[in-house]
Design a protein around this ligand. Structure first.
Ligand code: HGY
Ligand code: MN
Ligand code: MN
Length: 399
């Protein structure tokens, strides 16, 4: 199956036909269907499949001499944000399978293993921590914390792993697997409008994190409760949302609240509690931290007169990622010097770069929209991405 056929096969999986958005959350039916697709494509190419203990999948093309070390790994993720686009994640995986086909058409006999990784829960859309699968693999999150993470229905990561046939007690860093990886190259749709050529290279990932705000008030009747008697958590929450934008403007960062949970959520009931998730990012880590501090302060000042409690928890934070310069330059030389651009998006490549040399290829997105149905890449640019990935893998794996 070529790129177009693979893309067409995956396209309808988990897609909301009314909105065009995707709902592929880790270990839910659509994502399991994507996993099955991945295994089918691996088998179709006689690739050796490996599942690590963390829910990540790998498909390997091993050299004839049995070498297992110094692998050139590519890949990305299959899961999506709620209502996400089609390209974020899957483009890197479909392109990887197509690149292996291209290498075989070139008659490549790899001197080192070539692998395709599908990392679990990259978006953190189900359990709240981005790049959960690659963080576990790289030892970047405490396995006990991961086991206790819960989804919107209160199911823990441990329960979901167990139901998926995995042993939640086995999750954690896999130094043997990491030791076999020589480098990681992730192809990804560009998630802004900075790339004006079909293919670019990532220079860095800016610092970014997620924080959970809890506002605790007192549930009561919306009609019979006097204003003076109300402890309405919605009020400091509302102030916090505006404060996020104001603090971002002051500090040269970006911040938004995209997810909120109101309890009990009745039209005619004053909420008893509100939980809101803040995403904040920026070119400098200290400015991101200052942004969050200022938002927290504004929320607490707004909460006081309403006798509402405020608590803040950092769910994940990633400092600036500077990709391996030698690998980046080698990839750039192979591709004839495409644009190098920073990104405000987090990626598994950013997590893996702490343990193995990593680099990223970006494919132009003419809409500049991502994490939404309008996310797009022209077919010709997707094929240019496959060509670029094929050339990079050829250079790195030919030995
Ligand atoms: O949120 C991000 O930056 C990435 O798309 N997971
Ligand atoms: Mn994403
Ligand atoms: Mn992604």
């Amino acid at each position: 199956m070529g790129f177009e056929e693979m893309w067409a096969a995956l396209l309808p999986v988990g897609r909301d036909d009314a909105t065009g958005g995707y709902h592929r959350f880790a270990w839910t039916a659509p994502e399991l269907e994507c996993r099955a697709w991945f295994l089918d494509e691996a088998r179709r190419r006689d690739l050796a499949v490996e599942h690590d203990a963390n829910g990540n999948m790998f498909a390997w093309w091993f050299p004839e001499d049995g070498t297992r070390d110094g692998a050139v790994l590519t890949g990305s993720h299959l899961d999506s944000v709620p209502g996400g686009g089609a390209y974020d994640g899957p483009l890197g995986i479909v392109s990887a399978f197509a690149a292996i086909d291209g290498l075989r058409e070139r008659g490549l006999r790899p001197a080192r293993p070539i692998g395709i990784g599908a990392f679990a829960e990259e978006e953190g859309a189900r359990f709240g921590v981005a790049c959960l699968g690659s963080r576990l693999l790289c030892g970047a999150i405490d396995p006990a914390r991961a086991r206790a993470l819960t989804d919107g229905g209160g199911r823990t990561f441990a329960e979901v792993m167990h139901n998926a046939g995995l042993d939640p007690e086995a999750i954690g860093p896999d130094d043997d697997l990491l030791g076999r990886i020589g480098c990681y190259i992730e192809l990804h749709v560009e998630q802004g409008r900075a790339l004006e050529q079909p293919v670019g290279i990532a220079g860095s990932i800016v610092p970014h994190g997620r924080w959970r705000f809890g506002f605790t008030g007192e549930g009561n009747h919306a009609g019979t409760t006097a204003l003076a008697d109300r402890r309405d958590p919605m009020l400091p929450f509302a102030r916090m949302v505006i404060a996020a934008r104001e603090a971002a403007e002051r500090n040269g960062t970006v911040a938004t609240v995209g997810k909120v949970d109101v309890v009990p959520g009745g039209v005619n009931a004053i909420a008893s509690s509100v939980t809101a998730w803040l995403d904040a990012r920026g070119p400098a880590g200290d400015a991101v931290r200052r942004t969050v501090r200022e938002i927290d302060e504004a929320a607490r000042v707004a909460a006081r007169p309403h006798r509402v409690g405020v608590d803040l928890a950092e769910e994940s934070y990633t400092e600036s990622v500077g990709f391996d310069r030698a690998l980046r330059d080698r990839v750039g030389a192979t591709l004839g010097g495409p644009p190098v651009l920073p990104t405000g998006a987090g990626h598994d490549a950013g997590v893996l770069s702490a343990r193995v040399p990593a680099a990223m290829l970006f494919v132009r997105n003419p809409t500049g929209v991502s994490h939404a149905p309008a996310e797009f890449a022209e077919p010709a640019d997707c094929l240019a991405g496959v060509e670029a990935l094929t050339a990079v893998l050829d250079d790195l794996a030919r030995g």
